[in-house]
Design a protein around this ligand. Structure first.
Ligand SMILES: [Zn+2]
Length: 457
């Protein structure tokens, strides 16, 4: 057994000073009275540390073609970076492009991920066309452990119509599935992209002008009315970025909808749209922040932080979708619409959250937002998201006293920048176990490839 001795454990019952015993791939005991080591047991002193159930990132895009380019991170590099930061499970978006069936897409994502992952992985399934075949295959997906789906209200090659969005929500309601939705009004974005380019604004600063908060709020509002029409269908508004979008969520909750879940991401809680003016060495550094939805105004950041502290946000995920600035994003030099959308974050989410909300969110809050709630929403509870006897031995031992600086030069994400370059980090994942195997120590990978596919229920 592995015995983690003397830490403060973040358990469903609250903070408990206890020893944790790991036996194989399960947690054997969380023992306030202590565990007496037997012969052959490995003891690690974790006094001064918080012991979390491994963090879960419910929104990543590894090793995929997004319409403009392949992402920089593979499942191998992405999950390795994740475990270095304390994240032991990702839920990645498999995507069935038009003409591809859902089972074919799931097979393809397994081909990409299986056998290469340092951390655990599960798949959502993005549905980009609505037809009888895909409708019939939802049940097969559920039987294969895929209980959450995604649709888009923007991007012409991905989006469904409003009527199709309604129908898939109704179909998923019968299967007790959850629909995650990218909320932006695609028609408005298309028109504003043309208008901004015609005005001669071609650099990264054109990106937020073409995707205003109103386009998000309209789509959030429309989605939540459709969910109401579908009998209060279970929906997860992903990467909420704006105060206006938040108002739309509040309106739906005020009319009694209870099956609404809200995700936001560290970038929308810490960065604002002044970043698009960043020049860097070659005048194009603003492209680092070209992601959709875009970074917003400081007032939006304040509103989302308040909502998070007020308990209105259920999960914090990354939307990790990395592209190199040099060789990928800079191909959009002539037009911001050609910059691949997305940014890295899977490695740094726990520390950015712990640091930026230091004194405001305690370890139990961090656990709820980044482990427990995603486990519950996505059908992994109580095996994951819970530090308790019988749960999976995915464990993150966190040293809150560690001090270090986030830098692209030392990160493990396979990309040439980080949006948090120079960020003074408070805390660090000291020991990270995946299925009982030490996957990372003091922010460095051990080389273990212990990740498994997580079929969900
Ligand atoms: Zn995404």
């Amino acid at each position: 057994m592995i015995i983690l001795k003397g830490g403060v454990c973040v358990t469903p019952e609250g903070l408990v000073r206890a020893d944790v015993a790991i036996d194989g791939d399960k947690i054997a005991r969380v023992a306030p009275e202590g565990v007496v080591p037997g012969e052959g047991d490995e003891v690690r002193d974790v006094s001064g540390c918080w012991v979390f159930p491994g963090f879960i990132d419910g929104h990543t895009h590894m090793q995929c073609w997004t319409g403009m380019d392949w992402t920089a991170d593979s499942f191998e590099t992405g999950t390795r970076a994740a475990v270095c930061g304390g994240t032991t499970t990702i839920v990645d978006y498999a995507t069935a492009d038009r003409g591809v069936t859902l089972p074919e897409a799931l097979d393809e994502w397994h081909r990409r991920a299986d056998g290469t992952c340092a951390g655990n992985y599960a798949f959502h399934m993005a549905v980009t066309e609505w037809n009888d075949r895909n409708r019939a295959d939802l049940r097969a997906m559920r039987d294969a452990g895929v209980t959450s789906f995604k649709t888009y209200l923007a991007y012409d090659h991905l989006r469904l119509t409003d009527a199709e969005t309604l129908e898939i929500m109704e179909a998923l309601r019968d299967l007790d599935g959850v629909l995650c939705v990218h909320c932006e009004n695609g028609d408005v974005v298309n028109a504003l992209q043309r208008r901004v380019l015609e005005q001669g604004i071609t650099g990264p600063e054109g990106h937020p002008l073409s995707r205003p908060a109103e386009a998000e709020a309209d789509a959030v509002s429309r989605l939540l009315y459709l969910a109401h029409l579908a009998g209060d269908a279970k929906v997860n508004v992903v990467h909420l970025s704006s105060a206006m979008g938040l108002e739309a969520v509040r309106a739906a909750k005020a009319r009694g909808q209870e099956n609404i879940f809200v995700e936001t991401c560290p970038q929308y809680l810490t960065l604002d749209d002044t970043r698009y003016l960043e020049q860097g060495e070659d005048g194009f550094a603003g492209a680092k922040y070209v992601m959709s939805p875009p970074l917003r105004k400081p007032s939006d950041v304040r509103a989302l932080r308040g909502a998070l502290l007020g308990g209105e946000i259920d999960t914090v995920a990354t939307d990790h979708c990395s592209f190199n600035l040099h060789g990928q994003k800079d191909r959009g030099r002539g037009a911001f619409t050609k910059i691949p959308n997305g940014g890295p974050g899977v490695e740094h989410r726990p520390v950015v959250m712990a640091t930026t909300f230091e004194g405001e969110l305690g370890p139990e809050d961090l656990c709820r937002l980044m482990s427990e709630n995603p486990a519950k929403l996505f059908g992994m509870w109580p095996e994951k998201g819970r530090l308790a006897a019988g749960a999976d031995a995915d464990v993150c031992v966190w040293d809150p006293s560690a001090r270090w600086t986030i830098e692209a030069a030392t990160q493990h994400q396979a990309v040439d920048y980080t949006p948090w370059e120079g960020f003074e980090a408070h805390g660090r994942a000291k020991l990270v176990y995946v299925n009982g195997v030490l996957a990372a120590e003091d922010g460095e990978p051990t080389g273990a490839v212990a990740g498994r596919y997580v079929p969900r229920h």
